[in-house]
Every structure is written in C-alpha cells, then in structure tokens.
Design a protein around this ligand. Structure first.
Ligand code: SAH
Ligand code: SF4
Ligand code: F3S
Length: 477
C-alpha cells in the first residue's frame, strides 16, 4: 500500500494570521539512519530558481550527514533526487521527460531510490500523474518538509512502498539543518521564504507558502560563518526581499538588514528578487552608501502596459516603475539593472505588447529574462480568456529578445577599456586557458590571468565587449 499525503492547492492558497514559528531543533537523523549512506552515492538535479539551488545544498547536507557521497554521474548513483520547478509548463515537461528516462535505470537496479521534491511536488496534478504513471518514483516530498528527508528515506527503505509526504499548509522557519554548499566563494543566504503577492499568473505563492522572514540574528550568524570560511560573494534570497521583516515583531525591514549584513564586511553582497512595489528609498540609499552592497538590481517589470499590469496583479503602474527605475539609476553610481518580462499574457493586444517594447527602450536594461506566458492550473490568470495564438506570442518573444540583446550589448560597450574588479571563478568551461569571473555588476568576464587568483577579487582591463560577456586581461601592477 502506498502512503499518500498529497498536496492541496486550495489549502496552499490560504494565509493564516499566525506568525511562523522558528523551529531550531526539529531536524534529526535517527540513529538507525546515521550510517545508511555509507558506501553509497547520491545525485541531485536542480531545476528552477536560486531558492531551489539553496534547497539542494540543504539536501546535500542532510544526505552527507547520513554518509552518502555525491556522484557526478547520475546513472551510477544509488539515490537520485530531482528538485523541481513549477513556474512554466516547459519546466515541468523537462522533469517528466527525465522521470520517464529513469524507468530504465530503476529496472536495471531495483535498489535505486528515486525521489521528486521541490515546487512540482506541491501540485496535486503532478503528484497524481506521478502516482498513476511513474511507478519508478519511490519518494515525493515538498518544499516545506525537506528537513524530514532522513525519516522519509527510512520509510522508503523499511516499508518498501512509495512514500508521498507533501505539506500544503504554510510552513514554519526551520533552522539548524545541515548544508553542503556548491561553491567555495559564493553563497546563497535565505532571508525569507514564501510569497504573499499572488501575481495572477504565478504558482510560487502556492508552492512556497506564506511569507516568513528568518530572524536577523540567524541570518547574521550564517553570514559571519561564511565570512570566516572565506566566502567573497553572498546573495540574500527571497521571492520578495523588500518584504523582509514585515512579519517579524521587531521594527526591522530590508534596509536595516542590508546595513547589518554590510557591516559584517563580506566583500560582495547581492540580493534577489526585489519587487518594484515595496522597494523604498532607504534601500536605494543603503546600496549607494556601502561599497560592499553591489550596484546591481534585478527589478522585474513583467509588462509595460498598465492594463496588463493590473490584470497581472502587480500593483504598480508603469509610471511608478519608471520613477523608481530613474531614482535607482540616479542614486547608485554605475548601477546595472536587469528585469523579467512576460509576453502573451491572456489577450495581450499588439498595442499592449508595444508598450512592453517601449519600457525596454526607456530602461535599456543590462539584461532581461523573457518568457512566454504559461497558464498555471489553480491561478486566476489560467481562468482568463485568451485569444492570442501561440505563433503570435512566439513572434513577440523574438522581437523582444532582439531588443533586449541590443541593450545588453550597448551597456557592455561602456566597459570597453575600463579596469574593473572581478571575482575569479576558475578556468572557463569552453576554454581552459582562460579564466572567468564576475564584475560587481554581475557581468561575466573571460580573461587572461594568473590561475593562482581563483577565488580572489582581481583587477581586469576590458578589451572587448560582447552581448553576454566581456573579454579582458588581468592587470598586474
Ligand atoms: N519573485 C520573483 C519572480 C520569481 S518567478 C518576482 O516577483 O520578481 C521568475 C519569473 O518567472 C517572474 O518574474 C516571471 O517573469 C516569470 N513567470 C512567473 N510565472 C510565469 C508564468 N506563469 N508564465 C511565464 N512566466 C512566468
Ligand atoms: Fe510570483 Fe509575483 Fe510572488 Fe514573484 S511576486 S513569486 S511573480 S507571485
Ligand atoms: Fe520554480 Fe519554485 Fe523557484 S516554481 S522558480 S523553483 S520558487
């Protein structure tokens, strides 16, 4: 028999009044599971956003705590976890394709354990499809109960049946779960979980639950530890970092947190994502004031048309967006700004799409992530009438992308001949004779330099500016 405690989107939509609990001692590896991974390996594939990247690091921490070792080759692993994303249909199709492929592996090795977690696991339709069509999956768990992985694996191993455990009720803030990070110098730091904005097209408020902030003390403790470990670049994570602290009793907001994190002295501090709606002046001033708060802002606009923005539930007008954009540009020297844009929202007219092109011309973004609208079951937009053919949406995306690329290229030209600090990641994957790294403004640089500088911040002179990368030479004084 199969244990089924599946997701429920209508329950996930509810927002209770109670503040989230901070749970510091709920994570535990039972004695029976402490060596279970000894001599065994795991493989995790991560889809979606940085929240998932960070969660996968937690999964790594838990698995390594049970003795498992990471395997780079999926086919050779004893345990495979797919940490999934539900943001668009094509993201889900990729995962289903992968799960389909795993059937053969499971047949060859019946002891293989296959688990699905992340945002897709929070959707009824997905769990239903997995239950009906994919018997090769042994374990399904969601975004709110990662810390229960030891107990869930134990159930899979002892009961020899498929285990489904997904919590739909808004989660708490679980601290003290182990972590193994994927990068030695750059780290993600969660500052809050969930989202209460409920943009009409978006599944995230359902898959990630209500907005919950971590305490400032817990965040600062994590940042200070990272600093001691030699981390150079951290990104504060939340679906809406500007809402940080709204649910805390103390009088703390995102600007307060930014200042405190800046004072830890970690060399580079970033954050993502900031919703234009509650981005305030104090935040902008803070970024301008402290050198280690990076001059880079991701400011998703989604559409350039007021009627579409209204139907998207974005709660700002394009005029207010422009004002905010201008203020950021005027206050933070050499700031780079990127955005997200959706084309083909239900019944978006040619004229409305033109307004999106207009805002791109106005803002001349350093970078933009562009998407064709994808209806998500359970969201209000999925119930809106839509008479725009896919072909039209695809044409719009192409026109938009050409414009976006042009401005990315144009912004990069400003770097030509300049000297900029670059945090060195390592040899380029494409050409091992060349180093790669990122500028303060998050631009990728490929450059000739000293391989002993990996993990350090060095000066690079930019010799060529392309659309998506800069080329240069390390400055040796
Ligand atoms: N919290 C972030 C967004 C996270 S999702 C924010 O509000 O800025 C990342 C991006 O995916 C969104 O900004 C949006 O552009 C896109 N997106 C979200 N839902 C989508 C959908 N149903 N179809 C197409 N794109 C979508
Ligand atoms: Fe989705 Fe909007 Fe929340 Fe961003 S702010 S995660 S787009 S609902
Ligand atoms: Fe995807 Fe979930 Fe992130 S839906 S974009 S992985 S919050």
């Amino acid at each position: 028999m199969e244990k089924l405690s599946g997701p429920d989107l209508s329950m996930a939509k509810q927002r209770g009044k109670a503040t989230a609990q901070v749970l510091k001692d709920v994570f535990e590896i039972p004695a029976s599971m402490q060596n279970v991974g000894h001599g065994k390996t795991y493989f995790i594939r991560t889809y979606g956003c940085q929240a998932n990247e960070r969660d996968s690091e937690t999964l790594r921490g838990i698995l390594e705590g049970m003795g498992y070792v990471q395997n780079e080759i999926m086919e050779a692993a004893d345990l495979i976890l797919l940490n999934t994303c539900a943001i668009r249909e094509n993201a889900e199709q990729k995962v289903f394709g992968k799960v389909g492929n795993l059937k053969r592996l499971k047949k060859e090795n019946p002891d293989l354990i296959i688990g699905i977690c992340g945002c897709m696991a929070q959707e009824e339709s997905v769990v239903e499809a997995i239950t009906k069509k994919y018997p090769q999956v042994d374990l399904v768990f969601g975004t709110h109960n990662l810390h229960r992985l030891p107990q869930l694996l134990e159930a899979v191993m002892t009961k020899h049946e498929r285990i489904v455990e997904v919590w739909s009720k808004e989660g708490d803030v679980v601290e003290n779960v182990p972590t193994v990070r994927n990068h030695a110098k750059k780290a993600w730091v969660n500052i809050m979980y969930g989202c209460d904005k409920f943009c009409t097209y978006c599944i995230v408020p359902y898959t990630r639950g209500k907005e919950r902030s971590r305490s400032m003390d817990d965040i600062l403790e994590e940042v200070n530890t990272l600093k001691k470990e030699g981390y150079q670049d951290i990104t504060l994570l939340g679906q809406n970092v500007n809402s940080y602290g709204k649910d805390l009793d103390a009088d703390i907001d995102f600007a307060t947190l930014l200042e405190a994190v800046s004072k830890t002295g970690i060399p580079r501090i970033r954050f993502t994502t900031s919703h234009p709606w509650d981005f305030n002046e104090r935040m902008i001033d803070m970024i301008a004031k402290y050198d280690n708060l990076m001059p880079f802002v991701h400011l998703p606009v989604q559409s350039g048309d007021n009627e579409v923005l209204k139907r998207m539930g974005r709660r700002y007008t394009i005029e207010a967006y422009k004002e905010l954009f201008d203020r950021i540009k005027a206050t933070i020297p050499n700031v780079a700004i990127s955005t997200d844009i959706i084309v083909g929202f239900p019944n978006e007219t040619d004229e409305q799409f033109q307004h999106t092109l207009d805002i791109v011309d106005y803002c001349q973004y350093d970078n933009a992530y562009t998407f064709i609208y994808s209806p998500r079951k359970g969201t209000p937009a999925a119930r809106m009438e839509d008479n725009i053919p896919l072909k039209v949406k695809e044409e719009r995306l192409q026109i938009l992308n050409e414009k976006v690329n042009h401005y990315a290229w144009l912004n990069n030209q400003k770097y030509q001949g300049k000297r900029v600090p670059v945090l060195v990641d390592g040899p380029s994957k494409k050409n091992p004779n060349v180093l790669t790294g990122y500028t303060e403004t998050q631009k990728l640089v490929n450059f000739e330099g000293d391989f002993h500088c990996v993990g350090k911040i060095v000066e690079v002179e930019i010799t060529e500016a392309q659309t998506w990368a800069l080329k240069g030479k390390m400055v040796i004084e």
